[in-house]
Design a protein around this ligand. Structure first.
Ligand code: SF4
Ligand code: SF4
Ligand code: SF4
Length: 805
């Protein structure tokens, strides 16, 4: 046998420098040992063991780290050795040596090992070289193993029960899904779930898993979109192609062993990976249930999945999109609210009838039930009351940025001023003080107001200035409006906070229209522009109404749903060059707290109940800049943009405003042409005829606009709605022309054009009022023409691009 041993040792590279005599000498101390498959030659932590040279067979070097599974570090084939390192450092064995095959080894005990090193000290060097090489390899393998361990823990999520609401819909849908779940829990074989995005395929997979597997079994979710890059190599890896029983111990099936492997959008795997997955599923047999999901019609499956993979799935089930089972929407929505209320320890809010109708009218094509969940979660978090109304329901696509804009907040000084808010606060207080002083002056010293021209300036400058400024700078007047400042001051002290009646929200355009008509009519009929007392009463009445509404209802309900002045400048500002908008990607990916809507401790939320990612027009943004101060994510922008562009991009606008535009257009005829028949003292007959024509044309204007624009049931503005909004420049021009006549001194102002003729200098006088009328008319007509043309052009382009896709 000594010859045998010496012969075997002669083939070992480690001992290749020994002569035959030396090998014979060394072989004397070695003993033969044989081990079967699965035997452990050395155990990790074993204090005493020997040095081994593997002559035949194959062993695995296994390691177990605390709290982790046993992991294979590497394999040793015949000719390799093991046990030397712990003999060298005198510590217990760091790894386990496990036989993968029948093994024959030559064993040298610790004493013999020491003698060998004394006899041939250069062997130290060989061992140290080998140790270094092994350490490098082990490091690589261990870091790969660590990576896979991280993957494993990332994938083995079992807290899905908290992720899903567990609601399917109404009794009919719930019964059907329950029946399917029961069927799948009894059935054998893998499952394909089809359905649109957000229909609840993953939730269904989770509940199938719950019913089929043990509670602690892994539920591993991987995404088909990244499968090829991330997981392909983890489907099935064999160390040894000749021996497929040796499976790499970190493949996906190992990780999901005993549980479920859920592959989302399985059709997005490349055909090659699909084939590999099919082989892996067949090879791994029943190691875990595989559930694939995809957005496809059941009849279309053979087109998007290769036959080999298709055959792996014994069952297929299609989950219907939410728009095909709308009866489920109210039940689901209320169910989500109940669960949210329980989780947040709040009263369960209820959805108002109008809010429910709004939810029912939506098609949820973006995300089905997931989209509904987002809408409900958002409404729950932003609602301050137990009734969720129209104002808390935001859905559909978020606002899109149209064209190039310049964010003025990129200018640090302006940003600092707006963030601090002290300048705006100071301006508001100053304007409010001036307003109170003006009202007192008009009431108690009207003669001073008239003689100092203050009174004339109010009517002659303020009104025309509003009409002129708003189309360019938006609702900048609202930033400092004294009605709002005083109303806010009172509201902070007395506040009933009743929910806004839905009828007000739904028909606010009628409120604006009627109040606007009334105020203008009273103003003309009472000749208020020449009467300081009446003017003071009008201002006090508006302020009293604003305060009354502010005490009753939340936020600035007056500004959003009542104020005719706000309605006028809001409409004018739709095409303005100044806008407040949010970076929707930041809002959607970063924000869970919605401070722009709910506010912070120091600054109240949006007074107009706007949720910034959904704000896409100027109509209801009163430029208070609260959102700039409140947003913790720096998402809000104050942009400069092209004038008028918003009109041809209108989407989520209050479409009822077409009635208001029609009313404003209608009254221009009596306002601008009845003056010609006016005597110094307004006669009763004139008043009667004016009243008739004024209200008649106002109503006709509103009704015609309504008939043209209807039905405005869609969420996004139709072409007709946009065309009526495109008339805004004309409406404004008409109102400016009316106001220009009241600018103090304008009727007696003339511009002279002097030109030279053969007879000498000739002079041509142009009245300032006529010049103003002409300029404003031309501007109004040209801008309206351009806007209408652009609306039509853009719609045509959009339609043709839709028809080609
Ligand atoms: S909507 Fe009316 S009350 Fe409100 S800030 Fe604007 S002008 Fe003032
Ligand atoms: S604007 Fe700011 S607070 Fe509002 S949703 Fe976007 S990130 Fe959130
Ligand atoms: S908070 Fe923002 S969105 Fe709301 S009104 Fe003020 S500026 Fe406009």
């Amino acid at each position: 046998m000594i010859d045998d041993k010496a012969y075997s040792l002669s083939k070992i590279e480690l001992l290749s420098d020994l002569s035959s005599t030396e090998l014979a000498e060394l072989a004397f101390d070695f003993q033969w040992e044989n081990y079967g498959v699965g035997a452990e030659i050395i155990k990790q932590g074993q204090a005493e063991h020997s040095f081994y040279i593997l002559i035949k067979g194959k062993v695995d070097v296994m390691i177990r780290k605390e709290g982790q599974r046993v992991r294979r570090v590497r394999s040793i084939e015949s000719g390799g050795s093991f046990g030397e390192f712990s003999l060298l450092d005198g510590k217990p064995a760091a790894t386990t040596i496990l036989c993968q095959e029948e093994c024959s080894v030559l064993m040298l005990d610790a004493e013999g090992f020491a003698r060998m090193l004394l006899r041939w000290p250069w062997l130290y060097q060989r061992f140290i070289g080998k140790l270094t090489q092994n350490l490098n390899e082990a490091n690589l393998i261990l870091s790969e193993a660590k990576y896979k361990e991280v993957l494993r823990s990332a994938l083995q999520l079992t807290q899905y029960k908290d992720k899903f609401y567990g609601l399917w819909g109404g009794p009919r849908t719930t019964a059907e899904i329950e029946r399917k779940l029961e069927e799948f829990s009894q059935a054998k074989g893998h499952i394909l779930l089809t359905g649109e995005r957000g229909t609840g395929r993953q939730m269904m997979a989770w509940y199938i898993h719950q019913r089929q597997a043990l509670t602690e079994a892994p539920f591993v979710v991987v995404d088909g979109r990244r499968f090829d890059q991330q997981w392909r190599d983890l489907i099935l890896e064999s160390d040894n192609q000749e021996n497929p029983s040796s499976i790499y111990n970190s493949n996906l099936f190992d990780i999901a062993e005993g549980g479920t492997l859920f592959i989302r959008e399985i059709n997005l795997l490349s055909p090659h990976t699909q084939l590999k997955l099919a082989q892996a599923i067949n090879f791994q047999k029943n190691k875990c249930i595989v559930i694939g999901s995809l957005n496809s019609e059941p009849d279309d499956l053979d087109r998007v999945i290769i036959p080999e993979l298709r055959k792996c799935f014994a069952h297929t089930y299609e989950i219907a999109p939410l728009r095909k089972r709308k009866r489920d929407i109210p039940i689901l929505a209320q169910g989500f609210l109940e669960k949210l209320a329980k989780k947040n320890q709040r009263n369960v809010p209820v959805l108002s009838q109008e809010a429910t109708q709004l939810l029912l009218s939506h098609h949820y094509q973006q995300g089905n039930v997931s989209e509904l969940i987002q809408v409900i979660e958002r409404s729950f978090h932003i609602s301050e009351q137990d009734v969720i109304g129209l104002e808390q329901i935001f859905f559909g696509p978020t606002a899109e940025q149209n064209g190039h804009t310049i964010n003025l907040l990129g200018w640090p000084t302006l940003k600092g001023l707006l963030m601090k808010g002290s300048l705006i606060g100071w301006l508001r207080r100053s304007v409010a003080t001036m307003f109170i002083a003006l009202v007192l002056l008009l009431l108690f010293r009207p003669e001073v107001a008239v003689s100092t021209k203050v009174f004339a300036l109010v009517w002659g400058l303020w009104w025309p200035a509003l009409a002129l400024i708003s189309p360019f700078l938006g609702r900048l007047w609202c930033t400092v409006c004294p009605f709002s400042t005083i109303m806010d001051f009172v509201q902070r002290r007395i506040h009933k906070n009743h929910p806004i009646p839905q009828v007000i929200i739904k028909y606010d355009y009628l409120i604006f229209s009627i109040l606007f008509l009334t105020i203008f009519w009273v103003e003309v009929i009472t000749d208020m522009r020449f009467n300081p007392g009446y003017t003071a009463i009008l201002l006090i009445s508006i302020q009293a109404c604003a305060i009354f509404i502010a005490i009753l209802f939340p936020r600035h309900t007056w500004c959003r749903h009542f104020c005719p002045l706000g309605g006028f400048i809001g409409t004018a500002s739709v095409g303005a060059m100044l806008e407040v908008r949010a970076d929707t990607s930041v809002c959607l990916n970063k924000c869970t707290t919605f401070e722009c809507y709910v506010g912070t401790k120091s600054v109240s939320g949006c007074p107009m109940s706007q949720h910034l990612p959904y704000l896409d027009n100027n109509l209801d943004c009163k430029l208070c800049f609260n959102c700039v101060r409140n947003c913790p994510n720096g998402s809000v922008q104050v942009n400069l943009r092209l004038v008028g562009r918003e009109v041809w991009h209108l989407v989520r606008v209050n479409q009822g405003f077409v009635v208001f535009i029609g009313v404003m257009l209608g009254i221009l005829v009596p306002l601008n042409y009845f003056g010609a028949f006016q005597t110094k003292e307004l006669s009763d007959a004139w008043k009667a005829w004016f009243t008739l024509f004024y209200w008649g044309s106002g109503f006709i204007g509103g009704i015609v606009a309504w008939i043209i624009a209807k039905p405005f049931k869609t969420k996004s503005a139709s072409l007709r709605v946009k065309l009526i909004f495109a008339l805004t420049p004309l409406v404004l021009a008409g109102h400016i022309i009316y106001q220009v006549a009241y600018i103090p001194g304008i009727r007696s102002l003339f511009f002279a054009v002097v030109y030279k003729t053969q007879a000498g200098l000739e002079m041509y006088n142009i009245s300032a009022a006529f010049l103003a009328y002409s300029i404003v008319s031309v501007f109004g007509l040209v801008l309206t023409g351009i806007t209408i043309a652009l609306v039509l052009l853009r719609t045509k382009i959009k339609r043709s691009s839709q028809s080609t896709t």
